[in-house]
Ligand binder design. Structure first.
Ligand code: FRU
Length: 534
């Protein structure tokens, strides 16, 4: 038996001892015949996936670990699944990286390159990769004890295999802290220290460490600030250069469930400063919060628990994020989990570049756009010239190209009560609509008639988002992949991500203008090939 096999067996024995149901780690074969399986977004080979974890770039390879239940298509005892890519488009599945052990199951966390071997795990000069994750001990929870603590694992073979630290757990909660999870760590060079952001119920706490093993509390942020309709999860703190300036601000990305702007899970963000000890809100950003309410990274209902890659190469100009393209409101009921259609559940968003911009009120606003490597899949694009749209206009894409495409269009911002947008439809009458409404200055994503919607009363919805930009041209980019539509409006100033389950692939793409007319400035629709796996 291999070492890995023996370790898995030992881990399972430990789980049984702890009263957690052991799950078979055997994987069913990957099935690609499911028409809902995305062609160019990441999905697990089989079974259940939620949050992205351990995003780290090392030696030309992007690592994507993820919350994984290899024993079924619903959430269960969590492992870290693993995949690698050199371009964030073509992914290669790797063996499960972390399995439950005597301390609990493996919840979300992060990974970094320990360039200076501060942890001392390396003995030959190769920097170790370090992963830090939350242990969840269900038996402790049932006994009324705090169930969550942080554990550490290291890899000396570039992320392929992981060894858990013998001194785990490395960080325990105080009594009475049931939610104490999702550590995201980065190296803070000015303080020569590791910094961890950790979600603790209704706020985030920061911890510091010189060696990744011993952690001390620094400060807390967020109680009473921003949205609080649910528990805070999966924080990420990162510096971002303000576009067009030499200034850098710190952005705290903060998932929350429930309590999103359109229901269920969503991610808010805060802009401020970080001095190695505390995160403080930028005063103009704080005024904007007070006036307009929480700032949402994505107003759609299917982007959650997103975090950014660590250790991007020095030339990288933007942080790159990826999120779980699902929502805890209905995540374990989406129809791909039914064996008749597929044996996988949940996709990731397409990776996105983040940028930070000054906003009109003197504050700051995040924007995000798909990373450009989708272009490696591009087929012959279709372009349309400027034209007046009134009613509907067909976009001349080949039928089979509609469901896998990237479409960018620009309209003159209409006036009056005009609505402009796109619709995707199929021969069965399923229709998805996305539009901008000049009267309310809002975007809407309507999936009420998009296909199969009855698996949860919370799924069918029309979701809304404000237009945050003010230019006279409205640009919209749609990343369409069989069962998802990611809408990036005004170059990513307002983003909406929506999952759909059409009964047959969408084959028709139309533009529309209703209750008035609007001038299309340009349109470019690019069919995308599937990104082959493994
Ligand atoms: C977010 C989350 C995390 C947790 C993980 C468990 O979706 O609830 O807070 O670590 O999922 O799978």
């Amino acid at each position: 038996m291999t070492r890995r096999g023996r370790r898995a067996l030992l881990a399972m024995a430990a789980l049984v001892t702890h009263g957690v149901q052991a799950q078979t780690p055997a994987q069913p074969a990957r099935r690609d015949d499911d028409p809902w399986r995305p062609a160019w977004h990441f999905t697990p080979p089989a079974h259940w996936m939620n949050d992205p974890n351990g995003l780290v770039f090392y030696r030309g390879v992007y690592h994507l670990f993820y919350q994984y239940h290899p024993g079924g298509t619903v959430w269960g005892p969590m492992h870290w699944g693993h995949a690698v890519s050199s371009d964030l488009v073509h992914w290669h599945d790797r063996p499960i990286a972390l399995a439950p052990d005597e301390h609990g199951t493996i919840f979300s966390g992060s990974a970094v390159v320990d360039w200076h071997n501060t942890s001392g795990f390396s003995h030959d000069g190769t920097p170790p990769l370090l992963a830090i994750f939350t242990y969840h001990d269900e038996a402790a929870r049932k006994a009324g004890l705090p169930p969550q603590s942080q554990g550490l694992a290291y890899s000396l073979d570039a992320g392929e295999t992981w060894t858990k630290y013998a001194g785990n757990p490395v960080l325990r909660p105080d009594a009475g802290q049931p939610d104490f999870r999702d550590p995201k760590v980065f190296w803070f060079a000015p303080g020569q220290s590791w910094i961890m952001a950790l979600a603790v119920g209704d706020h985030t706490e920061f911890f510091g460490s010189p060696d990744f093993r011993q952690w001390h509390r620094l400060s807390g942020f967020g109680a009473g600030v921003g949205a609080h309709g649910g528990v805070w999860e999966c924080p990420d703190l990162m510096p971002i250069r303000v576009a067009g300036t030499r200034q850098t601000k710190w952005v705290l990305i903060q998932s929350i469930n429930p309590g999103g702007p359109n229901g269920g899970s969503a991610t808010q963000y805060f802009v401020g400063d970080f001095d190695g000890h505390s995160f403080t809100l930028d005063p103009a950003f704080a005024r904007g919060l007070a006036r307009h309410g929480p700032r949402w990274l994505d107003w759609g209902r299917d982007n959650y628990a997103g975090v950014a890659w660590s250790d991007l190469p020095p030339g990288a100009r933007h942080p790159i994020m990826i999120g779980w393209m699902n929502n805890w409101d209905y995540g374990d009921k989406t129809p791909t989990g039914a064996l008749s259609t597929g044996n996988w559940r949940s996709a990731m968003t397409f990776p996105r570049e983040l940028s930070l911009h000054r906003s009109r009120d003197g504050g700051y606003a995040l924007r995000q756009m798909p990373v450009r490597t989708w272009q490696t899949l591009a087929g012959p694009a279709v372009a349309m010239r400027a034209t007046m749209v009134s009613g509907t206009v067909e976009v001349p894409l080949p039928d089979q190209a509609v469901a896998q495409s990237l479409v960018t269009l620009a309209f003159d911002v209409p006036g009056g009560r005009t609505r402009v947008g796109i619709e995707l439809s199929n021969s069965l009458g399923d229709i998805y609509r996305f539009h901008y409404d000049a009267a309310t200055r809002r975007f809407s994503s309507d999936r009420t008639a998009s296909g199969v919607v009855d698996f949860s009363p919370k799924f069918a919805s029309v979701d809304h988002a404000p237009r945050l930009a003010s230019g006279k041209t409205l640009t919209m980019t749609f990343a369409i992949d069989r069962s998802s539509i990611e809408a990036f409006c005004d170059r990513g100033a307002t983003v909406m991500t929506t999952a759909v389950f059409p009964r047959a692939p969408y084959t028709r793409l139309r533009l529309f203008a209703e209750q008035g007319h609007a001038r299309l400035v340009s349109l470019r629709a690019t069919p995308l090939a599937g990104a082959a796996r493994n």
